[in-house]
Design a protein around this ligand. Structure first.
Ligand SMILES: COc1cccc(Nc2ncc(-c3ccc(C(=O)NCC(=O)Nc4ccccc4)cc3)c(OCC3CCNCC3)n2)c1
Length: 335
């Protein structure tokens, strides 16, 4: 189906998601055979939301973290933006919780540590996510979580624009100060949403829920929620610290990183440093790509280190990711 810009580079397959901005399709990166997700956004439909796409692309180009889906390539045509992004084979955390009803405290802790690492990393770069919810947490192979911002809600911290709730952030996970339209910074809003997320993972249902929005708002602003019998004392204490109505009294990300519940069984704080920087040079991957282009490794690296986020960037980042997983490094012959 029709996008000329993707011809001979990607094979488009089924649609795996739709949002206000456009849709996401599963695709195959032809040179490596790797599955990728391609976010397709029609410029005409974005109207004055166009700056949010450019901001999203600028943000993603800065991120290099094991628990954030990696941007591989950006293609801009007259009518569209295409963002080629890492594909997660396990789907949404949301479906995983629904299927298992609720997770054990140990599994919840493993998931929470990964989400916390990604959120702390975002904050360290001056970004707040603002739309943390199970639909934006994806599962990769071997229970690795990847945080995404499907709906373009992430913003630099302290942005004065109080994003209208309709366009950003589902009220279910939204902090009280956010639904009251109060000025807020961002990090503490993410802590509240992580609290709702953790509650949903541990309990299998939401702390504040109603199909009538004004009832939902009232419940959030009241801040009272059920504590099922299976919740441990530690879990209850942590959730209470995160679902604290007053943002100034709410636990901070910094405190969460070495919170006792978070460290139970790991005995080490959560690190938010990226495990590795995708932007570092991997000689084997550079050589393989150089050979494919009949270039010297030096010339190949000179081009790659410009980080144009073109097809070569995508191929290189995919090769680095495959090497990390000890998968064979190969490029398909181009016929
Ligand atoms: C196996 O069955 C399945 C079933 C379902 C999915 C998959 N896999 C699968 N892999 C990858 C994706 C994806 C990743 C990133 C982005 C994105 O928009 N990044 C941009 C981004 O994250 N910015 C950003 C991040 C942090 C801070 C600031 C900015 C978009 C899509 C996907 O999408 C499907 C949607 C469907 C609706 N809910 C959300 C996911 N799905 C697999």
């Amino acid at each position: 189906s029709g996008f000329l810009a993707l011809k001979n580079l990607y094979i488009l397959e089924k649609t795996i998601g739709t949002g206000g901005f456009g849709k996401v399709k599963l695709a195959t990166h032809i040179l490596t055979g790797e599955k990728v997700a391609i976010k397709i956004m029609e410029k005409a439909c974005l109207g004055d939301d166009l700056p949010r796409i450019e901001q999203e692309i600028k943000a993603l180009k800065q991120f290099s973290h094991h628990h954030i889906c990696q941007l591989y390539q950006v293609i801009e045509t007259e009518t569209h933006y295409f963002m080629v992004i890492e594909y997660c084979s396990g789907g949404e955390l949301f479906d995983h919780i629904v299927e298992k009803n609720r997770l054990s405290e140990m599994e919840s802790r493993s998931f929470f540590r990964q989400i916390l690492s990604a959120v702390a990393y975002l904050h360290s770069l001056g970004y707040a996510h603002r739309d943390l919810k199970p639909e934006n947490v994806l599962l990769d192979h071997d229970q690795t979580l990847k945080l995404i911002d499907f709906g373009l809600c992430a913003k630099p911290i302290g942005g004065l624009d109080v994003q209208l709730l309709t366009s950003c952030g589902s009220p279910t996970y939204a902090a009280p100060e956010l639904i009251q339209g109060k000025k807020y910074l961002g990090p503490e809003v993410d802590v509240w949403s992580m609290g709702v997320l953790l509650y949903a993972i541990l309990c299998g249902f939401l702390p504040f829920d109603s199909d009538r929005i004004e009832v939902l708002y009232r419940k959030i602003l009241r801040g009272r929620y059920e504590e099922p019998a299976w919740l441990s004392q530690g879990s209850k204490r942590l959730i209470k610290r995160m679902l604290t109505l007053d943002p100034l009294r709410r636990v901070t990300v910094k405190e969460l990183l070495n919170h006792e519940w978070v460290q139970l069984g790991y005995n080490e704080p959560v690190s938010f440093e990226p495990l590795y920087d995708f932007h570092m040079k991997d000689d084997a991957c550079v050589s393989l790509l150089a050979e494919h282009h009949n270039l010297s490794s030096n010339d190949m690296w000179a081009k790659l280190s410009r980080w144009d986020y073109d097809y070569d960037t995508a191929t290189y980042l995919i090769l680095v990711s495959r090497k990390r997983q000890s998968l064979p490094l190969k490029l398909n012959p181009v016929w």
